[in-house]
Design a protein around this ligand. Structure first.
Ligand SMILES: [Fe+2]
Ligand SMILES: [Fe+2]
Length: 190
């Protein structure tokens, strides 16, 4: 699958969750599950972008370093907010404030990627390389961490090793906590 098709499907899924959460205050039915799904989807998505997508942007796209630095900066800030949410409790001021900030930051981040980065990627990266990257994203998604790890540096080599370890630990924690049932649906094929 083309990498941008894959990432777009993930963005659509996240945007759907953002929309629901924008309209759901503390105590709204299903809100906690939706937040859990959002944390899982976002943790995986940004990790695999950092492992596979941004290195391609840096290597191939003119001005790619600057684009990647800006986007990864946004991802790191987002991950800190997710970590606050993950360790907080709905209704508490710190949690609610982190969630509010995340909802708008995530929209801005997706817009930045789709409007600023992707058009340049389409121009610079051959279709066959995008197909190859899409396949690697699909594989990496299966072993990506399901929780935010703000202390793991967003470096592709580090993510490949410590990211896989963190993911394994997350899966055990998910199983113990019953959180594994919150896993969002697989990205639909397109
Ligand atoms: Fe991203
Ligand atoms: Fe993205």
């Amino acid at each position: 699958m083309n990498a941008l098709t894959f990432l777009r499907a993930e963005h659509e899924s996240v945007l759907g969750m953002l929309e629901v959460l924008e309209g759901a205050g503390p105590g709204a039915p299903g809100r906690d599950d939706m937040v859990a799904n959002l944390v899982i989807a976002e943790s995986r998505h940004e990790t695999i972008e950092q492992e596979i997508f941004w290195p391609i942007v840096r290597d191939v796209v003119p001005g790619g370093d600057e684009l990647a630095d800006t986007a990864i900066g946004q991802e790191v800030e987002g991950e800190k907010l997710l970590d606050t949410i993950e360790h907080g409790k709905a209704g508490e001021e710190e949690y609610e404030s982190a969630l509010r900030q995340f909802l708008s930051a995530a929209r801005e981040h997706i817009e930045y990627e789709q409007n600023e980065v992707w058009p340049r990627v389409r121009e610079a990266v051959p279709e066959s390389d995008l197909e190859d990257a899409g396949n690697r994203l699909e594989v990496a998604r299966k072993r990506a961490p399901t929780r935010p790890h703000p202390k793991t540096p967003p470096n592709p080599a580090v993510l490949k090793t410590t990211g896989a370890m963190a993911a394994a630990v997350d899966k055990v924690r998910d199983a113990l906590s019953g959180r594994s049932r919150h896993h969002p649906p697989e990205t639909p094929p397109s």
